[in-house]
Design a protein around this ligand. Structure first.
Ligand SMILES: Nc1ncnc2c1ncn2[C@@H]1O[C@H](COP(=O)(O)OP(=O)(O)OP(=O)(O)O)[C@@H](O)[C@H]1O
Length: 667
């Protein structure tokens, strides 16, 4: 006798909300129905362990998904514990539907601004996102249970009667609505299953009732009783004609006649029921870690190294975090951390659980204890979630400091790749910064990696408590050469993150000053000026300033005249450290396309070398025919070696250079 009923949901107000709410994630019903099947199987396995149920010997637990594009349907079939009629009534008619209603009541006003992580809690009901009609055929594992057939058109009225399912388990069939037909395409189905179900704990098989049958050929001894033999293939013996000892031709058998079978292609599960993170770290090989990385992240660059998280107490958390090889020119610094709950995919990069700076890594984290059916803002304030996030941070810091201490060689090798990540971590997370502080490295001009204290120690004699750094290798090449010639050292801090990081370092190390290599000329490069020459040099400096101001048509120009040891250097530009940092900050806050030079080239000083012949020539020929041009040229050369010229100056520079060459050529 069929039982009919009305699901106590008012369809007019519920459906629009559900549809809008789940609009972007319609595919989620796959996850919900497959994980319900997994749960049903897991429960039955538990009953077996408890001795309450005896598993038939030849039974393999599995979930089958069959797409049918002709019928426009998808079938989900599990051999889990099934349901009796009372259970369908309770779990589906009452709980699933009232659950959906509660859920909506609670979240309908927050649909957009406060998303619920992974939309957990909608379960079975999510089938109605994509289907007009849903049927359930189920048979409980309990002895003597009768099969149940249930169906509902549209999700508000149902009909339930005795069914004809002969094997225990549950089969749910969705007849898709017109907007959702994509989901019965086998390739689309595979894509969604890859996204949500790749690591679910029960084997999942996908097939399509409309696709051509596929076959494979196996050796005779590989045949099992599960295979369907289509054809027996007899491979004839292979022979070869050779000459025997007596010079007579002879036919010998190279390989004997063989029997092979053409069988129906054995089904291959779409998922991996034992993801690597569940294995004990001691049992995982390097190759396993690498192939897992390739498979999950589709990244064919090898990861540098990884951390296997494995924690049972006080919470359960497993996962693998990989440090990817960065290609700083092309890759944005953005990784992916995939979050799972008992092998069910939730979402990528959930910042409430995973510290922001760790999102530069690639990895998987499985935390069955996470309260996922709550809103994101609630999760943010959850002490438990904070603990998880702290634990992950600590583990990452431990790994890095451990490597610094016991495997310095590799740590140095990885430094160029991992330093942006570590520095970002220092800026974002105080605890991480504290832990990692002594393991920070600085690459110097010789390509050696030094800690800050090594750096300070090595340069104690020449410039105590200050560290020179290079912020742009190309722009500062002239200074780098001068430093090298003078036996001075500097460190490379050339990544974008280094500009805020230098500020951070000074804050942490109050008595240490970081100076860009072009910020000032150290006494080391200068010759000492004799007391009796100082007066004359001062007058010359004033004269040069005036000449340059006139030539460059500038009212004010900072000019410094120095006796540099290297007489070949004529002019240079230095930028005071404060104004350099100010400009960097401006650069960070300006819109792309805006010219940072519009904030003025403040803090720039033109340094002229008193020991240079051209500078002396200018002093000797203040009214010379070419003096103006030489001044301009010297200024532009200094600007060029310091960075770049504005387009207007560059045009003039090229024209003037040509004129100067004409003078040289005397034509
Ligand atoms: N394939 C199945 N086999 C056996 N029981 C099932 C199956 N699918 C659903 N059920 C029963 O119906 C109930 C309701 O399912 P539903 O998916 O709506 O919620 P849930 O799985 O309990 O919670 P969640 O919101 O996490 O999905 C389940 O708790 C389960 O008892």
């Amino acid at each position: 006798m069929a039982k009919t009923g009305s699901l106590t949901i008012n369809s007019e107000n519920i459906f629009p909300i559900i549809k809008k709410w789940l609009y972007s994630d319609h595919d989620i019903f796959y996850r919900e129905l497959v994980s319900n099947g997994c749960d049903a199987i897991t429960k039955l396995k538990k009953l077996e362990i408890m001795g309450e149920w005896q598993k038939p010997e030849d039974l393999n637990f599995k979930i089958e998904i069959i797409t049918d594009s002709n019928e426009k349907s998808i079938t989900f079939k599990d051999n889990g514990l099934g349901m009796t009629m009372e259970e369908v009534d309770e779990y589906i008619n009452q709980i699933a539907f009232s659950g959906a209603q509660d859920f909506l009541e609670k979240y309908k006003d927050k649909a957009n601004e406060d998303q619920i992580i992974g939309h957990f809690g909608l379960g079975f009901y999510s089938a109605f996102m994509v289907a007009d009609k849903v049927t359930i055929d189920t048979l409980s594992y309990k002895e003597g249970a009768s099969a149940v057939h249930w169906e509902s058109d549209g999700g508000t009225e149902y009909e339930m009667e005795e069914g004809d399912k002969a094997e225990f388990g549950t089969t749910i069939k969705l007849y898709l609505n017109e907007e959702s037909l994509e989901f019965c395409n086998e390739y689309r189905a595979k894509e969604v299953l890859d996204k949500y179900c790749s690591f679910m704990p029960v084997a999942i098989y996908l097939s399509s009732s409309s696709s051509e049958p596929q076959y494979e050929t196996i050796e005779k001894d590989e045949l099992t009783d599960k295979d369907t033999v289509i054809e027996t293939i007899i491979e004839e013996a292979k022979t070869e004609e050779t000459e025997n000892e007596n010079g007579e031709k002879e036919v010998v058998e190279v390989s004997p006649a063989k029997e092979k079978y053409k069988i129906k292609k054995r089904p291959v599960p779409v998922n991996d029921v034992n993801p690597l993170w569940n294995k004990h770290p001691n049992e995982c090989t390097e190759e396993e870690y690498k192939s897992f990385y390739r498979k999950v992240f589709n990244d064919y660059k090898e990861p540098l190294f990884w951390i296997h998280l494995n924690m049972d107490y006080p919470f359960n958390l497993k996962g693998i975090l990989y440090f990817p090889k960065l290609n700083l020119n092309y890759d944005s610094l953005e990784g992916t951390i995939k979050l799972y709950n008992s092998q069910v995919f939730i979402a990528d990069n959930i910042k409430e659980v995973i510290p922001e700076f760790l999102m530069l890594l690639k990895g998987v984290i499985d935390c069955p204890d996470l309260p996922l059916n709550v809103s994101r803002s609630a999760l943010q304030n959850d002490g438990f979630v904070k603990k998880i996030s702290d634990y992950i941070t600590k583990k990452v810091a431990d790994k890095l400091t451990g490597m610094f201490k016991t495997d310095r060689e590799n740590y140095e090798k990885y430094w160029d790749d991992i330093n942006p990540f570590i520095k970002f971590g220092c800026l974002k997370d105080e605890k991480f910064a504290e832990k990692i502080n002594d393991s920070l490295l600085f690459k110097n001009l010789d390509g050696k990696y030094l800690t800050l204290s090594d750096c300070l120690e090595e340069n104690k004699e020449k410039h105590e408590n200050s560290v020179f750094y290079i912020s742009d290798e190309k722009e500062q090449s002239q200074y780098i050469n001068m430093f090298k010639e003078a036996g001075m050292d500097a460190v490379y801090l050339t990544h974008n993150i280094d500009s805020p990081f230098v500020g951070y370092l000074e804050q942490k190390n109050e008595n240490v000053k970081f100076l860009c290599i072009n910020s000032d000329l150290s006494d080391i490069f200068k010759e000492e000026v004799k007391e009796e020459d100082k007066e004359a040099m001062k007058a010359d400096a004033e004269a040069l300033t005036e000449l340059f101001c006139k030539a460059l048509n500038k009212e004010h120009l900072d000019v410094k005249v120095e006796k540099l040891k290297n007489g070949n250097v004529s002019s240079m530009i230095t930028v005071s450290e404060e104004s350099r940092r100010m400009q960097e900050m401006m650069k960070m806050y300006t819109m792309p396309g805006m010219d940072p030079s519009m904030f003025g080239a403040g803090g720039e000083t033109l340094v002229l070398n008193y020991n240079n012949k051209l500078v002396q020539y200018i002093l000797g020929h203040k009214d010379g025919a070419h003096t103006n041009a030489i001044c301009e040229q010297l200024y532009d050369l200094a600007a060029l070696s310091h960075g770049s010229l504005t387009s207007e100056r560059m045009t003039k520079f090229i024209a003037r250079s040509n004129e100067l060459m004409l003078v040289m050529a005397e034509v």
